[in-house]
Design a protein around this ligand. Structure first.
Ligand code: GTP
Length: 240
């Protein structure tokens, strides 16, 4: 069988519950890495292009490098079960701006168990934030346990919400059996540098073939009987 050369572009997913700082993290990464890497962004919102508008307003990339996918339904469906719209958007960005180094795909804010399909992305960051409560990291779930990187975000809010970010990092490290965890706040330059270093290292590993996309695992079975004016169930195996 002929050897395949890895795609030069790293497709990096950013997932995590609503409001944990995914868009802000993408803005921070673009600001820090755009001088050295060619970057595009795909955002996912249920009904709007709010996240894309936020990023365009932040002026971190040329407007045309930011594409909004309106999922129209549960955000996890568009990043895991039917990834067509996202895959089309990512491939379109890769061909329009070739050669791209990095495509950042932001999940819509969802619950703790939403993760990206490895058919869509090469690596994923799962975002928690200290304001969501110090015990969240102990709750586990596929994103917390198995994402390529777990970010404990908004650490500077810790003293204001009575949460010690370092204990959250320690809990998360146990929940991940030692897998990488970084504490981050967009206003803490050292933490921004650490996340950028992780992205650079992951890009290098992707290009050499040393990084292999992992599936964190399906989300737990759940239903949306009371959400968005429609009711349905997901069985957790992509058959929702
Ligand atoms: N202190 C602090 N606040 C932050 C940080 N990152 C984001 N925020 C704030 O947290 C709120 C949510 O940030 P977003 O980046 O919109 O979060 P999100 O996860 O993209 O939100 P959804 O797309 O709605 O799920 C905003 O008020 C941000 O200003 C951070 O590093 N430090």
């Amino acid at each position: 069988m002929p050897e395949t050369t890895p795609r030069p572009t790293l497709r990096l997913g950013i997932a995590g519950p609503v409001g944990t700082g995914k868009s802000s993290l993408i803005a921070t990464l673009c600001r820090a890495l755009a001088p050295e890497l060619s970057i595009a962004v795909v955002t996912n919102d249920i009904y709007t292009d709010e996240d894309a508008r936020f990023l365009r307003a932040a002026g971190v990339l040329a407007d045309e490098r930011i594409h909004a996918v309106e999922t129209g339904a549960c955000p996890h469906t568009a990043i895991r079960d039917d990834i067509t719209a996202n895959l089309d958007a990512v491939e379109d960005m890769e061909s329009r701006f070739a050669p791209l180094d990095l495509v950042l795909v932001e999940s819509g804010g969802d619950n703790l168990t939403a993760t990206f399909s490895p058919a869509l992305i090469d690596a994923q960051i799962f975002c928690l934030d200290v304001a969501g409560g110090g015990d969240v990291a102990r709750k586990g779930g596929p994103g917390i346990a198995n994402a390529d990187l777990l970010l404990v975000n908004k650490t500077r809010l810790g003293p204001h919400v009575g949460v010690d970010p370092q204990s959250m990092v320690a809990d998360a490290t146990v929940a991940r059996s030692g897998g990488p965890v970084l504490a981050h706040d967009r206003d803490d330059a050292d933490s921004v540098a650490a996340v950028c270093d992780w992205v650079r290292a992951t890009l290098r590993a992707h290009r050499t073939g040393a990084h292999v996309p992992q599936d964190p695992g399906p989300m737990a079975p759940h239903s949306h009987d009371h959400e968005h004016g429609h009711g349905h169930q997901h069985d957790g195996a992509g058959r929702g």
